[in-house]
Write a protein that binds this ligand. Structure first.
Ligand SMILES: [Ca+2]
Ligand SMILES: [Ca+2]
Ligand SMILES: [Ca+2]
Ligand SMILES: [Ca+2]
Length: 369
């Protein structure tokens, strides 16, 4: 079983849960005995540690309360490599990072391959497995390293805390390792909306929704992508619409602003894959690239005789009101035979996107680019 901790940042920001998260002390680590030099990149997140052991910390020998006793270590090897992979949903709101570590005799710690801290080692970065710790150090008084400057090393997705721990000699009577990483979220200046959702609505439109707990008072809500504010809606709004989004993956972040505060509150992020722009011809209900009596007939069969559904409901929505009903059939018949007005854009003879957004599923219309 691969060990991974999922930090639900959105949840942490609500205030319903603690305002911090930590990788627990007595946790299960991937472990490699230092009987040979580990493969390059052993301290990076993408490294394949599936062949490493999986053991509960604290690890060592010669101390009481050791969860994993390394009974074969003395006389045989003088270093042990540890990895703790963990999953982060979102790194935006992370403000503080600290490492608490208890060790005997020396160590070097890394976050995603980047140096974090070391103690009692003659070489402070990636020392070979045979290097002996110096001077000796007894476990029992954990040290806390404040590592706020390293928060940019965290990334959304899989991360790894990696530590190589070295003994003072192969014949040494003691060895010990235990550590935890504390990840604290920034404190919001005031309660924010939470749990954003993104929905691809076609034609480059993305509908952003969110949750709001009682007492959340905002003057405005912003949807940002990177540093750019894409949309700003009133603080009482329930949704916001991003338009003209390019096809592909997007990450949108929610912020709330309130008069009297310099800083916005952060409400979390959502990811969405925006589909290609969906063009169609309104009125071509049976999707055959021709506008004729067959279209209202097809729609009537669908609505009243359990006929097949149009593959593009938008094309059948003759009056573009987001509903398919008798009015659409009548509208098409009026236009065909009674000088009625044409269906709204894109109309039956031009390709184009939907003018008025609705809840129809993404349209399948193969005749428009
Ligand atoms: Ca020792
Ligand atoms: Ca047709
Ligand atoms: Ca309609
Ligand atoms: Ca529509």
């Amino acid at each position: 079983m691969r060990r991974g901790l999922r930090l639900l940042v959105g949840c942490l920001l609500v205030g319903l849960c603690a305002r911090g998260a930590s990788l627990p002390v007595d946790d299960v680590w991937k472990l490699l005995k230092g009987t040979a030099q580990p493969s390059a990149g052993w301290n990076t997140a993408d490294f394949d540690d599936s062949k490493w052991l999986e053991e509960e910390a604290p690890c060592g020998y010669g101390y009481p309360s050791i969860a994993t006793v390394l009974a074969d270590m003395r006389w045989n090897y003088s270093s042990v490599y540890f990895r703790l992979p963990f999953d982060l949903e979102d790194t935006y709101g992370i403000a503080r990072l600290s490492l608490t570590i208890d060790w005997d005799d020396g160590f070097v710690a890394y976050l995603n391959g980047q140096y974090l801290a070391h103690r009692n080692m003659p070489i402070s970065f990636d020392p070979p497995y045979v290097v002996l710790a110096s001077p000796p150090h007894l476990a029992g008084r954990p040290e806390v390293f404040v590592l706020d400057a390293f928060t940019p090393a965290l990334r959304a997705g899989m991360n790894v805390l990696a530590v190589q721990v070295h003994n003072a000699s192969k014949s040494d009577e003691t060895f010990f390792f235990n550590a935890k990483l504390d990840i604290a979220m920034r404190v919001e200046p005031f309660p924010c909306v939470t749990m954003p959702t993104c929905a691809d609505k076609g034609d480059g439109n993305v509908l952003i929704g969110w949750a709001r707990s009682a007492g959340t008072v905002l003057d405005a809500i912003q949807v940002r992508e990177g540093d750019e504010i894409l949309v700003q809606v009133p603080g009482s709004a329930q949704t916001a619409l991003v338009t003209h989004a390019a096809a592909g993956e997007h990450v949108y972040r929610l912020f709330g602003v309130r008069a009297g505060f310099d800083e916005a509150c952060y409400g979390g992020s959502c990811e969405v894959v925006v589909s290609d722009v969906k063009n169609f011809k309104r009125g071509d209900a049976n999707v055959d690239n021709r506008f004729s009596i067959a279209d209202p007939v097809f729609l009537a069969r669908y609505l009243f005789q359990q006929g097949d559904a149009p593959s593009c409901l938008d094309a059948a929505d003759a009056d573009d009101n987001g509903k398919l009903d008798l009015a659409d059939i009548i509208g098409l018949l009026q236009f065909l035979f009674n000088n009625g007005s044409a269906p709204p854009a894109p109309g039956p003879y031009e390709c184009g996107g939907d003018a008025v957004l609705d809840d129809f599923p993404l349209c399948v219309y193969p005749f428009c680019p």
